[in-house]
Design a protein around this ligand. Structure first.
Ligand SMILES: C=C(O[C@@H]1C=C(C(=O)O)C=C[C@H]1O)C(=O)O
Length: 303
């Protein structure tokens, strides 16, 4: 009997991850992982607790637990400018927001809400009081002047209020604000592996990494199909989905790492987050390098 178990891998239950997982179904790699689909706060908790082996973790929780984790360079959920789905939603224009506004923070978010706090306090000079609420707009704005929302709900609110109307809500894209403030991309979620799992199963980690890399590449090549299949089930028109997937970035380049480090150094002033090591973040070392032989070799295809 084969007693090996599949790696337990997280899947954020948001549209933004569709292009990351799309290709796993196309290549069959989906059958080699035990996939858990949940909101990002839940996935982060499971990875930190050791109930998942590899997968997405919101940047703030990665920074809190970086000693137990190794970063995988892609995928990631990032944006260099507007992301459309991490928003500060206000009842008045930002300039008219009270000096001490009541601000709701979506319960599913750790990174977007901390970014919102940084901007409100350090950039816009407010002294908010915060409440964590359910992640939908009605709950969030019931007793508040403003709310930080993420994911599909934030994307809905963005589209509903894209064209400002008298008495309507105001939507501020926090990744765009971050870029304006720092000149850098914003990284919302990274993929990480538990350190002990990486030590015990480096070949599996490498294969999972390469499967995700292939998947994202395939999605980019077949983006029309990704959009068409999402549009069948999701309440967004194809053009909105195409625009969204165009905005999202799914890997960590040098500028993303600079953005990540900048966020980490500011974050340690707000929350119980230790500064990153000077040479951090620490990456999973792919055995044989990314271009090296696969642990589970595939026949080479020659044309
Ligand atoms: C861009 C997004 O990034 C998300 C934001 C997160 C957070 O704020 O903690 C967590 C995971 C990411 O998927 C989004 O969900 O809209």
């Amino acid at each position: 009997m084969n007693i090996a178990r599949r790696p337990r891998v997280g899947h954020i239950a948001f549209l933004n991850c569709l292009p990351i997982y799309w290709g796993l179904a196309r290549t069959g790699a989906l059958l080699d992982v035990d996939l858990h689909r949940a909101p990002p706060d839940e996935l982060s908790r499971l990875l930190v607790a050791g109930d998942l082996d590899i997968g997405p973790i919101t940047l703030v929780e990665y920074l809190r637990h970086s000693g137990d984790l190794l970063l995988i360079p892609d995928p990631a959920v990032a944006a260099d400018g507007p992301v459309l789905s991490v928003n500060l939603v206000t009842k008045t224009p930002l300039a008219e927001l009270p000096a001490a506004p009541r601000v709701s923070l979506a319960s599913t978010s750790r990174t977007g809400v901390l970014l919102g706090r940084m901007l409100l306090e350090d950039r816009y000079g407010r002294k908010p009081s915060y409440t964590v609420t359910e992640p939908d707009i009605e709950s969030a704005l019931r007793d508040a002047d403003a709310a930080v929302l993420i994911g599909d709900e934030a994307l809905h609110v963005f589209h509903a209020h894209r064209t400002p109307e008298p008495g309507g809500l105001h939507v501020l894209d926090l990744a765009a604000e971050w870029k304006d403030w720092t000149g850098l991309p914003m990284v919302f979620a990274v993929w990480a592996v538990r350190r002990e799992y990486a030590e015990a199963h480096p070949g599996i980690v490498k294969d999972v990494h390469l499967a995700f890399r292939d998947s994202v590449q395939r999605s980019r090549e077949e983006i029309g199909e990704v959009v068409a299949s999402a549009a069948r089930w999701e309440p967004f028109p194809p053009a909105a989905l195409a625009e969204y997937f165009e905005r999202l970035q799914f890997g960590l380049g040098e500028r993303h790492l600079a953005g990540l480090r900048e966020f980490a150094s500011r974050a340690s002033r707000y929350a119980d987050i230790a500064p990153l090591r000077a040479d951090g973040p620490e990456f999973f070392e792919t055995p044989g390098g990314i271009g090296g032989a696969r642990i589970d070799p595939e026949p080479e295809i020659r044309l």
